[in-house]
Unconditional design. Structure first.
Length: 180
């Protein structure tokens, strides 16, 4: 984040978070509690993604991080795949249509792979309960039939990282649970 600027009122700042554009749209980390010297408790981070129609982000999962998604513009198809070893829903996948006009949010616990397809240009705000930690970033191929997810598209716009995610059987520490 670039340093804040005085907004003209004591104690307030105009902040300029870092923005990282690519051919799909952009990513912006809009909140990190450490930026505010203890003003906010805990290791909370708030991010924003902007995506063109046809962009697919995922599938990702974490062992330590919970996500809370808020679509604030457009329509997305969210997909979840339960990889938690002790879950009664282990191996189950679901898709959920989310529209910014509905004002809904989606809570995603650790061990549940997640991704979304932007059906229209979209903006997604997501809150996570840990700062970004590259050692807690895992993924599985969005188009692996073993995931059981019907995205309704065959050629979405994906990042190089997401395009190289392994099939479910090879997808990190929870792959063993799924027969890897």
């Amino acid at each position: 984040m670039e340093s804040g600027k005085c907004s003209g009122i004591s104690g307030s700042m105009l902040l300029t978070p870092g923005r990282f554009p690519d051919r799909r749209g952009s990513f912006t980390e809009i909140f990190r509690s450490s930026w505010f010297d203890g003003l906010f408790g805990g290791d909370v981070q708030i991010n924003c993604t902007r995506s063109m129609a046809g962009v697919l982000r995922g599938l990702h999962y974490h062992l330590k991080q919970t996500d809370l998604w808020f679509p604030v513009e457009g329509r997305v198809l969210a997909a979840l795949l339960d990889l938690r070893p002790d879950s009664p829903d282990l191996g189950r996948s679901v898709t959920i249509e989310m529209d910014s006009s509905a004002g809904s949010a989606l809570l995603i616990p650790p061990g549940v792979a997640h991704g979304y397809l932007s059906k229209t240009p979209s903006t997604m705000i997501y809150v996570v309960n840990n700062f970004y930690d590259g050692t807690d970033e895992y993924g599985t191929a969005w188009d692996d039939p073993a995931n059981g997810i019907d995205w309704g598209v065959s050629d979405p716009i994906v990042s190089p990282r997401d395009a190289s995610n392994p099939p479910l059987r090879d997808a990190g520490p929870l792959a063993l649970v799924m027969g890897g």
